[in-house]
Design a protein around this ligand. Structure first.
Ligand code: ZN
Length: 339
């Protein structure tokens, strides 16, 4: 009961990439970079194990950004020509590459880190991929001319990689869909269909992560406009509950999401965010246990997985470790009280 896990990313060590940045520059190149990525992956697997996290990830040490780490392995995208685009409904601007032709995978995307992790840990292993809707929202298109077609094309490629990851021994494949909070009608019209296409035929556990974003200023400003109750989840949870995805990962602690909305995810495992990634203050075990206890009123405890609100990529390394420990200590406390 109450297995712990994280949303996915962890901070990159300063010898691997610029610290505290969402799009950090690598410190090395070529074979040295490859080696450094592997070293950082092992370091974080060990740190998660030491902290006592049950379902661990590679910490996304091998990718520069959670979306573009996947896009780099796709043919039909021109990375030499990046254009400025407002993303997440113009919440912020990003320099994004352009789709210029039919999309095709160049080869495996996350094979190296998946196999490395599998060879070194006995715990359950989760690998994350960007979801089709979020990818479409983070790239310019000059070829498909239609968002849904483009999303389905990406979903096919995600499915290829996901099936291969399953063969590598990955237990959970999570698709990150922060765009699900932004385009609620599109989610119902085609976002979930694209997600299911990406997960088609998978026998391992499938998960979708939705959240209100990293703790960067643009997100903090956006959250201020959402009012004192955040009910975005209310619109999409009934549709997600009907989907074939097994788990939903969402933001909970320090957010204005009414906790009873979790009850709309009937039949799903819920990865409840009990660690805030937007603050450097490490949660106390009591705070963590309190969120779990409140969530347990709306989701059966056997379906609850204490988790972080979002990725910890732009965070200080020591603080991230402290938060992993708080996650586990708070969960242990909640377990005692729920028993
Ligand atoms: Zn997130």
């Amino acid at each position: 009961m109450l297995k712990t896990t994280i949303a996915g990313s962890l901070p990159k060590p300063a010898w691997l990439a610029e610290p505290k940045k969402l799009w950090p520059a690598w410190r090395l190149a070529g074979d040295e970079l490859g080696q450094a990525k592997r070293d950082a992956t092992l370091l974080w697997l060990k740190s998660q194990e030491d902290a006592g996290v049950d379902i661990v990830t590679d910490g996304e040490q091998s990718r520069q950004h959670f979306v573009h780490g996947f896009l780099e392995f796709i043919e039909g995208i021109d990375f030499s020509r990046k254009v400025k685009m407002g993303i997440r409904d113009n919440r912020y601007e990003a320099m994004v590459p352009v789709v210029t032709g039919p999309l095709r995978l160049k080869g495996r995307v996350h094979q190296a880190e998946a196999q490395l992790a599998r060879a070194h840990i006995r715990r359950e292993l989760k690998l994350t991929l960007p979801g089709p809707m979020t990818i479409v929202d983070t790239i310019a298109d000059e070829h498909y001319g239609d968002k849904v077609k483009l999303a389905m094309a990406f979903a096919e490629l995600l499915n290829q990689e996901a099936r291969a990851l399953q063969k590598d021994g990955v237990d959970v494949i999570q698709f990150d869909e922060p765009a699900f909070n932004v385009y609620m009608d599109d989610v119902k019209n085609w976002g979930i269909a694209a997600l299911e296409r990406a997960a088609r035929g998978l026998k391992c556990t499938t998960c979708v992560h939705i959240c209100y974003g990293y703790g960067i200023q643009a997100n903090i400003d956006w959250k201020r406009t959402l009012g004192h109750e955040w009910r975005q989840y209310e619109e999409i949870f009934p549709a997600l509950a009907k989907s074939r995805i097994d788990q939903v990962s969402l933001e909970c602690i320090h957010s204005k999401v009414p906790i009873e909305l979790l009850g709309l995810l009937k039949g799903k495992d819920v990865l409840v965010g009990v660690i805030d990634v937007a603050t450097d203050t490490v949660e106390t075990p009591q705070e963590v246990a309190d969120v779990i206890r409140r969530a347990a009123k709306h989701v059966p405890a056997k379906r609850l997985y204490p988790c972080t609100n979002c990725g910890m990529a732009p965070m200080d390394r020591d603080i991230a470790v402290g938060k992993l420990q708080a996650l586990v200590a708070g969960t242990a406390l909640a377990r005692k009280k729920l028993r």
